[in-house]
Design a protein around this ligand. Structure first.
Ligand SMILES: NC(=O)c1ccc[n+]([C@@H]2O[C@H](COP(=O)([O-])OP(=O)(O)OC[C@H]3O[C@@H](n4cnc5c(N)ncnc54)[C@H](OP(=O)(O)O)[C@@H]3O)[C@@H](O)[C@H]2O)c1
Length: 332
């Protein structure tokens, strides 16, 4: 089969022939039509991810058709168009993942290829209202946003929510889900162009985190936030603590901007804030997220579509932060 393969740290994705996956008894073989990039793929390429192994076919997101299955699988699923839950071996405890938990695309070969093998309980019917291209955008980022916003921060209708770095894949889902959940949604970005696009999408307020004291005007305009969903961390984290209302919840799923500056600890305890870590989610949360997307007929924002042979160009596009939403690879 054709695949985009990484052979080492800081090496480009190489479009090449690669061995076909051989399915186990409880696995399906899925012919991938579209895959999507996540920042994880770029971290892996840069060697900034745990458990590196090469050569590796990255890619956690995919939409495609089941072409065959092992002896323990339900053959009625052969021919069905599915999306893949990349959250492998979560385990029994909804509170936290198993210690052998991994994400599809490292250490197991992922979706930047014509075929991928996947455990039978991790395939879900593609939401009927979505094209293959937009369905491929959903899994990893949608699941991460869902658990952070709904599972951990427990955002409720009528609450005021801030989502940072709206250009990001996870961030856009979090903002979309919050809006559909009846929240008042503000978003930040380092790009005025992305903020203008966000305004057109119907979000309630915007702020450019590259302007000085951006949080002060935002605090006035919003009245503070019940919930903040953040994938950046870094020096500005203390501003998020300032922006949170007393009793507020801040869910953190990433650290694109580096280590957290928490500022004055008293602001956290005096305001009774919940600072919540969140990673991916359970199979049940994946199902709930898909149900929510189908009920509200939500359509993921696709930033740009590349061919599988352009995977390296797509990775650089993400690395330079040019995207607004998800970057897709068209495979078959
Ligand atoms: N814990 C998990 O399970 C999990 C799952 C998915 C992702 N992540 C992590 O979450 C982060 C985002 O992932 P992604 O796939 O959504 O990445 P992405 O699509 O590449 O988005 C990254 C976004 O970060 C924003 N950003 C950069 N610097 C910022 C800053 N100083 N303040 C606020 N926002 C800033 C940018 O938004 P603007 O362009 O709008 O400025 C950029 O679009 C990555 O670090 C990733 O590794 C974790």
């Amino acid at each position: 089969m054709k695949a985009a393969v990484l052979h080492g740290i800081n090496q480009p994705f190489v479009f090449q022939d690669f061995e076909n996956p051989i399915v186990g008894e409880d696995e399906y073989l899925v012919q991938i039509k579209h895959a999507a990039l996540n920042h994880r793929d770029v971290w892996i390429q840069k060697g900034q991810y745990a458990g590196l192994t090469f050569p590796i076919v990255c890619g956690s997101d995919g939409c495609g058709t089941i072409v065959s299955g092992g002896s323990e699988t339900n053959k009625d699923w052969v021919g069905k168009e599915v999306i893949i839950n990349p959250s492998l071996n979560w385990g029994e405890n909804p509170r936290v993942q198993n210690k052998d938990y991994v994400i599809l695309g490292l250490p197991h070969h992922g979706t930047f290829a014509e075929y991928v093998k996947i455990k039978a309980d991790l395939v879900y019917k593609k939401p009927a209202h979505l094209s293959s291209e937009s369905a491929a955008a959903l899994p990893l980022a949608g699941l991460t946003a869902w658990r952070a916003l709904m599972g951990r921060a427990k955002a409720k209708s009528g609450e005021t929510v801030l989502v940072t770095g709206i250009g990001g894949g996870v961030a856009l889902f979090a903002a979309q889900f919050a809006k559909a959940n009846g929240c008042k949604v503000f978003v930040s970005s380092g790009s005025d162009e992305k903020l203008a696009t966000a305004k057109q999408l119907g979000f309630d307020g915007i702020a450019n985190y590259k302007t000085q004291d951006w949080h002060k005007a935002l605090a006035k305009e919003s009245g503070g936030f019940d919930v903040i969903v953040d994938g950046a961390g870094g020096a500005d984290f203390s501003k998020l603590i300032d922006l949170a209302k007393p009793g507020g919840r801040i869910a953190i799923y990433g650290a694109t901007a580096g280590n957290l500056n928490i500022g004055v600890p008293a602001k956290i305890f005096w305001k009774q804030l919940d600072i919540l870590g969140s990673t991916m989610g359970t199979n049940e949360e994946f199902s709930d997220m898909l149900q929510f997307v189908s009920t509200h007929k939500l359509v993921p924002t696709v930033s740009k579509v590349f061919g599988l042979n352009q995977c390296e160009v797509a990775a650089r596009f993400m690395d330079e932060g040019k995207q607004f939403g998800k970057i897709i690879l068209e495979i078959n």
